[in-house]
Design a protein around this ligand. Structure first.
Ligand code: AMP
Length: 402
């Protein structure tokens, strides 16, 4: 079936063993189709594809990202949206690490692919997968402009004092060690939505944004530009996450290697996959955590308290960094859906003009909204993030100006 015009964008988010994708209109945000390929490289791989209100599933062994993306294209064709003829104006690729090199959405050519691959030492789990997704998509849609949109880009201009780690400057320079920040597409998109919702010029706003999903990060934004963020060289620093520790004493790593005889890869796995909410409570899904707390599970309650404690620590830091805040915004899975987290994160802060209205906070509303009392000094907001739409818009813009 032919879509309206050459105006749709295929957004590809290629992870180490998965490919998430959406075909959407960058202007209206209307989604033609979306889905996910899972367990690439395993025997029991598969695709779940949603289009026209129907879900199509296939199970198969998927050898690699090329086979995964080919399955995506075949499933599109099978469900009546042949990508070769679907009006795809651009392909937007989410790329996790842009290093010092990339700080804006970039039209992909061979040199760009090589440069993204070169940055793999900074993001060994993510950038190789992103490259695999890009190479496959270029093969399958050779005539369509492909654009890389970087998770780090929004934070490229962080002030020196915020982005510099206090280690030997020569070692840091030799190994690209600085705070890069991640979830930038989400922080940028949400901060723009906040300004729109408040009817204010972004240049006049001091904002704090909490992106609380499986991964979690906060940012302090002055006049539309971030001045600090919680994630660092890698997406491990900062807030407590589903399976990631966030901040810890760096001495713990040497201690574990010496005393527990863990290898560096085991430490990496421990901190990235077996820590955070999961490490403390045994579950990484926030809904399960809340269920456990209701049953009186002490470990789950401690995990929750550590999560909130860390969040409030950054709230305090960013309030001071910004010298006052106009808007505090919650987004992503937990931020959009847990009134409890929002209320606890901002409890007892009325001396700072920060209040949450219990009625609007707990209302079953999925739209962007204000949850502070109308007369409160600081606007507290819930804004659904939409990284796919932000990537689609960026990719479309680059394709139009290329
Ligand atoms: P994301 O990475 O943005 O998809 O967010 C995933 C996280 O959001 C998981 O920990 C989910 O448990 C959490 N989440 C989703 N829905 C809810 C909900 N209704 N209440 C609390 N947490 C939720």
């Amino acid at each position: 079936m032919r879509e309206t015009a050459d105006d749709l964008v295929l957004v590809i988010n290629s992870g180490s063993s998965s490919i998430k994708y959406q075909l959407l209109d960058p202007e209206s945000g209307a989604v033609t189709a979306s889905g996910m390929v899972e367990r690439i490289g395993e025997e029991n791989g598969g695709i779940e594809h949603r289009a026209d209100g129907k879900t199509t599933e296939h199970r198969a062994a998927i050898a690699d990202h090329t086979a995964g993306l080919r399955l995506v294209f075949d499933t599109f064709a099978e469900t009546g949206h042949d990508l070769a003829d679907a009006g795809v104006r651009a392909v937007g690729h989410r790329v996790v690490h842009g290093g010092e090199v990339f700080y804006r959405p970039t039209l992909i050519d061979d040199d760009v692919v090589a440069a993204i691959a070169d940055l793999s030492s900074l993001a060994p789990l993510h950038n190789p997968a992103n490259v695999a997704g890009i190479e496959s998509a270029r093969e399958l849609l050779p005539d369509v402009p492909q654009v890389a949109v970087f998770d780090t880009a929004f934070f490229h201009g962080l002030p020196d004092a915020a982005k510099t780690y206090a280690i030997d400057a020569k070692v840091a320079a030799a190994h690209g060690i600085r705070k890069y920040g991640f979830h930038g597409t989400s922080h940028e998109y949400v901060s723009g939505q906040v300004a729109e919702l408040l009817g204010r010029d972004p240049a006049d706003l001091n904002q704090i944004i909490f992106h609380l999903g499986n991964g979690a990060s906060a940012s302090a934004i002055r006049g539309g530009q971030p001045i600090d963020t919680t994630m660092g060289l890698t997406p491990l620093e900062g807030l407590v996450m589903g399976t990631r520790s966030g901040d810890l004493d760096p001495g713990i790593i040497a201690h574990l290697m010496r005393s527990a005889h863990l290898s560096i890869d085991q430490v990496d796995t421990l901190l990235n996959r077996d820590s955070g909410i999961k490490g403390l409570s045994g579950v990484n899904d926030f809904r399960e955590l809340q269920r456990l707390i209701e049953t009186g599970d002490a470990a789950a309650e401690l995990a929750y308290n550590v999560y909130i404690h860390r969040l409030r620590r950054y709230l305090g830091a960013y309030l001071i960094d910004l010298g006052g805040v106009d808007a505090i915004t919650f987004t992503a899975g937990v931020g959009e859906n847990s009134p409890q987290v929002r209320a606890d994160a901002l409890a007892n802060l009325s001396p700072f003009g920060i209040e949450v209205d219990p009625t609007t906070n707990t209302a079953k509303d999925r739209t962007a909204r204000r949850i502070s009392p109308p007369d409160a000094e600081v606007a507290v907001l819930v804004v659904p993030t939409n990284e796919e739409l932000a990537i689609a818009r960026a990719a479309h813009q680059v394709a139009e100006t290329a």
